[in-house]
Design a protein around this ligand. Structure first.
Ligand SMILES: [Zn+2]
Length: 219
């Protein structure tokens, strides 16, 4: 029995319509995808991900947790010195509905204090009220959700199932989520090289989120 939850792995269009201001994917026929990594920076894991990207000539955007940037400034500095891109994933990684709007927006600001100015925001746990998005946009941040969630953090999944989550759903313009976290590590260490190999062998390229044409609909 598969434990995969396909509606989380690839959110259906009707869910995306509730979040028209968020980025889910670039609507394109170009074989290009956007790799994203949440929850770092973490010693060991984040530098390993960066090495893999370099090895496969791939690009990635790292949605950093502010508290991890505070704890591991050296790892964050490596990210900043690389070709990778940094995004905001909140300071405490607490979902917004647990914080309330005021504390939630403050949490984003606290994270910005550690990451410096960035353009992209992904809500912790992927949870955001659509009506809070305008306040985030006013901070100059674009909300990024996903087209394909690997579920690499789910310890009940095998690396094979994580790879299938990605390869059964990848398509031109996909924003794909992995996690540079200790929780995801047992799956990530096997799934990421497999996915990067597939990308290379199937004529896909990877790009940074900044290359997305903002004028196109991104559902
Ligand atoms: Zn996260």
């Amino acid at each position: 029995m598969s434990k995969k939850k396909s509606w989380i792995v690839r959110p259906p269009e009707w869910i995306r319509w509730f979040f028209p201001d968020a980025l889910w994917r670039e609507k394109t026929s170009k074989k290009c995808v956007f790799l994203t990594f949440d929850d770092g920076p973490i010693p060991g894991v984040t530098p390993w991900v960066m090495e893999q990207l370099e090895k496969y000539d791939a690009k990635g955007t790292f949605f950093c947790v502010g508290d991890n940037v505070r704890k591991y400034p050296g790892v964050f500095q490596l990210l900043q010195q690389s070709d990778c891109q940094v995004g905001n994933h909140g300071y405490q990684h607490t979902p917004g509905h647990q914080l309330g709007k005021k504390a939630f927006l403050k949490d984003i600001d606290t994270c910005l204090g550690f990451t410096g100015s960035v353009k992209w925001y992904r809500p912790p746990h992927g949870i955001i009220f659509p009506w809070w998005i305008p306040a985030i946009r006013r901070k100059g941040l674009k909300v990024v959700l996903w087209d394909v969630l690997s579920c690499d953090y789910d310890r009940s999944l095998t690396p094979r199932q994580v790879i299938e989550n990605v390869l059964e759903n990848i398509r031109p313009g996909s924003v794909i989520v992995f996690h540079d976290s200790l929780k995801a590590w047992p799956n990530l260490k096997i799934a990421l090289p497999a996915v990067l190999t597939w990308i290379k062998n199937n004529g896909y390229t990877t790009e940074l989120l900044t290359s997305i044409n903002q004028n196109k609909r991104t559902l």
